[in-house]
Design a protein around this ligand. Structure first.
Ligand SMILES: O=P(O)(O)OC[C@H]1O[C@H](O)[C@H](O)[C@@H](O)[C@@H]1O
Length: 535
């Protein structure tokens, strides 16, 4: 593998002076560096990757054993070695029936049964067959969860707003009492269903919020609150201890990672919002991407290509972050969702065997929807000292045919940004502009310096027909597999998250100090801040 890395670095040195725009002297560049599946088109042509670089990147993936690792994941091997777990979120969205065995048990029947139970429950809540304690239909749902038990449902529910015909869904995640307060003050406990969503059912934020919301229910409707509760967890003993009836618990297995869990019971709030048929379409989209990932040649394989672009930019070009820029207001939480998916999976510096990584791994992922970002941080994207590879997402068609002018503007802006990043504006062009504006002499040069754009900044674009449940399912699974492929190439375990533990442990120790205990042994800064915050 190291020889391929060296060749890639050499290829980069040999081509780094080249302008990306010059690659379009090849009239077929777009056709050869863009790929379509059922619905998605991924355009990687506005990068400095050429045939030679792509061939090297593909051999890098091959030599990392990508095909074997991929097959091992889908087969249910325990590829999450640090936790001795299989990684089978793909099974949650698979209609296949051939046995899939983990620890001697075929997992398919339980997946089907749980999905059917979720569906029956969602239908009954939506129709009013399952009602509040007083017989009223549930108007609102609060999903209490954080991280993987929150971000996916938040992102997908917002993304699929045009399909939202069920109860209002609210997401309570932060332990900050302001979050609970601001949600609860708008709701009526008599018509509110509460889902406590936590894989482990130990997460302090979720348990604290659940305690507060259950108290709020009791204060509003009396002690008999069972009709208003449901839980999503792998820990049935703990859901029972909270008093949630067995038939209101939707379980899943430890082979579903939190950040990969929206396809199963964690997706219950999505299903309540958009209905079981649309939820199944979301699953079908995810499965379609699974099939594509498993079967397409590397050069036509969207997750593989997206990952290889990521590797090129992170490791070969040395770019430390990537911006996710959905030109789709309803994907406004996609960057936050991807921050967990990507950074919690690949934000690591240790290889599977515990040795230090020789190369950089996961970049910082950030972003906001266009066009809003254009009026905020795009200044840095275009003229900042650091290059940030951009990832644009855009639909051919909106859900608002009556507002076509808006969508035309949205598309024009999206295309303009990737074009501007690539082309830039030369000093010479900027001099002309300055002259037209009436600047002369030194002022003209100064103006031109400020008004020129380096360009040659890479971007990729993901285009889709319309943001339907099926398309969203494909997009999410595409990113999941992209993260997987990058993790394989970096040689890391993308499915554990030890990096979140230390802060949790220290918070437990600090709580008594926040409440007045002696902060002995703490550093000066922590002691000083504890003092300041003791008001
Ligand atoms: O679903 P839970 O067990 O409550 O976990 C919620 C979240 O908290 C943890 O700290 C992990 O960092 C996340 O991966 C997880 O999604």
């Amino acid at each position: 593998m190291s020889a391929i890395w060296t060749e890639l670095e050499e290829r980069h040195r040999a081509t780094s002076a080249r302008r990306i725009a010059s690659l379009f002297d090849d009239p077929d560049r777009f056709d050869r560096f863009s790929t379509e599946t059922d619905d998605l088109l991924l355009d990687i042509s506005k990068t400095n990757i050429d045939d030679e670089a792509l061939a090297l990147l593909i051999s890098l993936a091959d030599s990392a054993g990508l095909a074997d690792r991929r097959d091992a994941m889908f087969r249910g091997d325990k590829i999450n070695m640090a936790e001795n777990r299989a990684v089978l979120h793909t099974a949650l969205r698979s209609p296949e029936t051939a046995p899939l065995v983990v620890d001697g048990v075929d997992v398919r029947p339980a997946v089907t049964e749980t999905l059917d139970r979720m569906e029956r429950f969602a239908r009954a809540v939506r129709s009013g067959d399952v009602t509040a304690q007083n017989g009223a239909i549930f108007t609102d749902v609060i999903n209490i969860g954080i991280g993987g038990s929150d971000l996916g449902p938040v992102m997908a529910t917002l993304a699929l707003a045009p399909y939202h015909d069920g109860p209002n869904v609210h997401f309570l995640s932060n332990v900050d009492g302001a979050h609970a307060h601001d949600i609860l003050k708008r709701l009526n406990p008599e018509t509110t269903l509460v889902i406590v969503a936590s894989k482990t059912f130990t997460t302090i934020e979720t348990m604290t919020n659940a305690g507060t919301v259950l108290d709020w229910l009791r204060a509003g409707i009396g002690t008999d609150i069972g009709a208003h509760l449901a839980a999503v967890s792998t820990a049935r003993d703990r859901t029972a201890a909270m008093g949630i009836a067995e038939e209101r618990v939707f379980g899943f297995a430890d082979w579903v990672g939190g950040r990969y869990s929206l396809w199963g019971p964690v997706g219950l709030p999505i299903m309540l919002a958009i209905g079981p048929e649309n939820f199944r379409a979301l699953l079908a989209g995810g499965h379609a991407m699974d099939r594509h990932f498993q079967t397409a040649e590397a050069r036509q394989n969207l997750p593989v290509l997206m990952a290889l672009v990521g590797i090129w930019h992170r490791n070969i070009c040395g770019y430390g972050s990537r911006a996710v820029l959905p030109y789709d207001q309803r994907l406004s939480r996609l960057p936050a969702y991807l921050q967990q998916l990507d950074m919690e999976s690949n934000g690591k510096s240790v290889a599977m065997d515990g040795s230090r990584l020789e190369r950089s791994a996961g970049p910082v992922v950030w972003g906001e929807p266009g066009t809003n970002g254009q009026h905020a941080f795009y200044q840095l994207l275009h003229q900042g000292t650091d290059v940030v590879p951009a990832e644009f997402l855009i639909a051919a068609e909106s859900h608002e045919p009556g507002l076509q002018a808006h969508h035309d503007l949205l598309k024009a802006n999206c295309l303009a940004q990737s074009e501007a990043l690539m082309l830039g504006r030369s000093f010479k062009q900027a001099l002309q502009i300055a002259e037209q504006l009436g600047f002369g002499g030194e002022a003209r040069k100064r103006q031109a310096a400020h008004r020129s754009f380096p360009g040659n900044r890479p971007s990729i674009t993901l285009a889709y027909p319309k943001l339907t449940p099926f398309v969203l399912g494909q997009i999410i699974a595409l990113y999941e597999h992209r993260v997987f492929v990058e993790g394989v190439i970096w040689g890391i375990n993308s499915f554990d998250q030890w990096g979140v533990e230390l802060g949790k442990e220290l918070a437990n120790g600090l709580l008594p100090m926040v409440q007045g205990a002696d902060p002995a042994g703490k550093d000066g800064s922590t002691r000083g801040l504890l003092h300041k915050l003791s008001a």
